[in-house]
Design a protein. Sequence first.
Length: 735
Amino acid sequence: MGKTIIISNRLPVQLQISNGSISAIPSVGGLATGMKSVHSGSDSIWIGWSGLTDEDIPKELAPQIDKALAEHGSSKVNLTSDEVDGFYFGFSNRTIWPLFHYFLEYSEFELESWNVYKAVNQKFADAILEKAEDDDTVWVHDYQLMLVPQMVREKRPNISIGFFLHIPFPSFEIFRTLPWREEVLEGLLGADLIGFHTYDYERHFLSSVRRLLGLEVSFNDIYQDKRIIKVDSFPMGIDYKKFSEAAKEHEKNTTEQQSDLQQRLNNHKRSTPDAKLILSIDRLDYSKGIAKRLNAFEYFLNKYPQYKEKVRLIILAVPSRSNVPQYQLLKKEVDELIGRINGDFSTVSWTPIWYFYRSVPFENLIDLYTSSDIAWLTPLRDGMNLVAKEYVATRTDKTGVLILSEMAGSANEMNESLLVNPNNFEQTADAIYEAINMPKEEQIDRNTELQKRLERYNVERWANDFMSSLKEQKERDAANVSKRLTEHRLSVVLDDFKNAKKKMLFLDYDGTLSGFHADPQKAGPDEELYALLDALNALKDTEVYLVSGRDKETFTKWFLPKKYNMIVEHGVWISQNGEDFRMLENVKNDWMEKIRPVLESFVDRTPGSFIEEKNYSLAWHYRKTDPDFGNLRANELNTVLTSLIANDDLSVLNGNKVMEIKSSNVNKGRATMRVLGEGDYDFVLAIGDDWTDEFMFQELPESTVTIKVGRQNTHAKLFIDDIKYVRNVLKRFTD
Ligand SMILES: O=P(O)(O)OC[C@H]1O[C@H](O[C@H]2O[C@H](CO)[C@@H](O)[C@H](O)[C@H]2O)[C@H](O)[C@@H](O)[C@@H]1O
Ligand SMILES: O=c1ccn([C@@H]2O[C@H](COP(=O)(O)OP(=O)(O)O)[C@@H](O)[C@H]2O)c(=O)[nH]1
């Protein structure tokens, strides 16, 4: 097991140079604060941006910079100020951040900053490649580095790569507006495991992958050519012990040991013992809803005037991304709002809002958390919001009320808090009222549950879960690879084939010999395929059967003149040596009158779907339908049909974007077994791609070489990645 390489834009510390000397200050923001705890306890290296541009660093200080970072287990990626502008202040925070937080109107789509984003992602990938060995694990973090997984994968196909997104993944309707949406998805799919904070973000991502890349998704696996990518949700926790113990220590402080801030907070408590302190802490970011919170506070004071002079709101707004115009505007808006509210409501002995625009050291954070009766955290959108968790962790006596926005990822796990929609002032004002008046016992009950969960699923557990899931995914991949039809395995199969006396090849058509097309009639054979099938049919002592679910008219047109052997409609019809099709099974089709209207009603209600009518079966195709909607309708149809056909001898086959209703005693396994019974074959091969081919894989004799096209679960013994490879393999039989 190799080392772990953590990679993120923000390192655990930010370097500053003043008067020729370097200082390292802790980074603010959930990614850095949370990952810091994970990093400190392991032998990982952390690669990221130091916070200084190349232009900021005098040549003579360069070695000291590396040394200062190495003390924190970190190493840097060098960025020029133009790169920081285009990559960080540009594409990351003027395009992706607003878009992924549903601020579509703030998103700028500039080709120039996209190009810088790509180039800088390449720089980060190169920094990993420089340090990584094949048995290392690379853990890439966040939206600034979404192209890195694929860039590393290209150069190191076997390395283990995890990616975690710390912000929301927006719904498809929002994500689709990004001009470079496919590139971003493909970048992420370079990872083996992609993690999100919540199931909602995960399903939005999967929906975009299905719709924009057309990839097959089964549960939380994405099937991409030769790889399976796992997607899952891992809600990030906090270093619970660090916060709860700091709070316990804090209680022991004598007055002299207390910070200035704590003394100021104490004065407040002393002067107005029955007044409540409400705390709001965020980076100054429009996604955090600070301006809205101020308006809601004003609304509260007007709705419940009895609380004037009885509540005080402390706003800690941490400076963030101040080169981005939207953040500058927000700063102005917040300053003005606070000025106005304080102007309107202040009395001689009371200012309703205390405002701090800065970041504070850890000990002051603990002062604020432990002194506040209520934490009011109502982002408009937030990937997780760790502050909410930190506040609860510091409540050593279990009192305190958390008012949390439904739009924060943490709301999913913090049901015992007062959850509000930040846009609903009425509800928010009532929540503040409820928080002020909540009996102590109820506060304790709620926090007891919250603390139990936060203590159990802490940041260490979160990181371990992610890493074990990544490891499992790699092992699963390796197990899968053990079934791949490698060159070595193929040569064994070819030897057996050559040494056999009487040989049989069963070949499925769609998805095996030919690719899919939205219109099945357009997926006809090409010249290369005819040439291949001619060559196979010319082989000595070898019989070849095309085994398909297709109707006999289509195969008559495509293949009868070639005199290929064919089994169609899953085994209803057979044609041998160019003879007309004859029935292999005695089946009826009078049931179709009952089923057809049901399928027609589904076609009417499912745009893009259509019915294919065969002699003895009906198929409902939904390849052209929106994938989520198609699957939903397919499930619905399955339920309707299952009850409808309960007394008939019919079954429903769920194929690749098609549902087919046919006689139960017809399937490819039974049909191929009948043909096989006509001779004494000592080599049999069956190859197919979908569910209907599993009948062959299961029913043919154990010695059969069964090959699945694709990576989905199968009864076949071997798998092949794609159609192109199928053709190459079959060509080898003719050499
Ligand atoms: O690095 P910055 O541009 O200064 O921004 C600070 C971080 O903000 C974002 O934090 C997110 O991660 C938290 C932990 O998972 C989560 O609780 C929060 O909801 C997110 O907004 C950003 O994702 C990080 O990359 C930044 O470093
Ligand atoms: O002055 C401050 C204020 C906040 N924080 C930390 O910044 C993080 C904020 O993370 P959160 O997930 O709430 O939001 P983000 O800023 O990452 O969007 C939390 O761990 C806080 O403890 C900090 O280090 N110094």
